[in-house]
Design a binder for this molecule. Structure first.
Ligand code: ADE
Length: 226
């Protein structure tokens, strides 16, 4: 989100901007670490495109995605943070040719985040002390829908009982990173419960989420992620 990018850019130094395919890639340092910061865009195609451009043009060693998500799992509340262990496209369905959710010709529906990078982000969030959000670690699901109806939310919970959160980009980025062999992590602040009031909660929550992700990424970078 623009608010998250802005919260990170405040701390960035020596920034130059390169524009490709309508995206502004901010190249600089953050807490002394060389970084490229970019808005992902919304939805799976935007995420796949941004991820591919980042990987091919800037050859990063690792990729961290931050954003907001709707909470699905029991006990996943607004303001909590979910760190993805694996990601799945909940709107992928080429059945009966392939099992529901499986990405055709890959033999898989779940794409794992890098365990070390994920653990480092969890440790960074915990390192925020009193400011640390409640943390969850597990399956994050993505699709080209803003889930804002209790019935749809219930259907997703039934089909994928271990899903903690729903968003619109993570699994696309995960598939691209898997193909490219690029370690990645996905960190999501919960903005709503993907129910009938999701759209209201979402807009109210953005600023808080932006500060939370910037704080966690900052704490991680200060700990020397190399
Ligand atoms: N991102 C934040 N909340 C969401 C929701 N309810 N559905 C999809 N993406 C989201």
């Amino acid at each position: 989100m623009a608010e998250e990018l802005a919260a990170l850019l405040v701390h960035a130094r020596e920034v130059t901007v390169q524009t490709h395919a309508g995206r502004r890639f901010h190249v600089g340092t953050l807490h002394g670490v060389p970084v490229v910061l970019v808005l992902c865009g919304i939805g799976k195609v935007a995420a796949a495109m941004t991820t591919t451009l980042l990987a091919e043009r800037f050859t990063p060693r690792m990729l961290v995605f931050t954003g907001v998500a709707g909470g699905l799992g029991d006990g996943v509340r607004v303001g909590d943070v979910v760190v993805a262990e694996a990601l799945l496209q909940h709107d992928m369905d080429a059945s009966p040719l392939f099992p529901r959710f499986e990405v055709p010709l890959t033999g898989r529906s779940r794409f794992d985040a890098d365990p070390d990078l994920t653990a480092a982000l969890v440790a960074a969030a915990q390192g925020l002390g009193d400011a640390a959000p409640a943390l969850h670690h597990g399956l994050v699901i993505s699709g080209d829908r803003f889930v804002s109806a209790a019935a749809e939310c219930a259907a997703l919970r039934q089909a994928l009982p271990d899903a903690l959160a729903v968003e619109m980009e993570g699994a696309a980025l995960a598939q691209v990173c898997h193909d490219l062999g690029l370690p990645f992590a996905v960190l999501r602040s919960i903005s709503d419960r993907a129910d009938d009031s999701a759209h209201v909660d979402f807009t109210q929550f953005i600023q808080g989420a932006a500060q939370a992700s910037a704080a966690i990424v900052g704490q991680w970078l200060k700990g020397d992620p190399r």
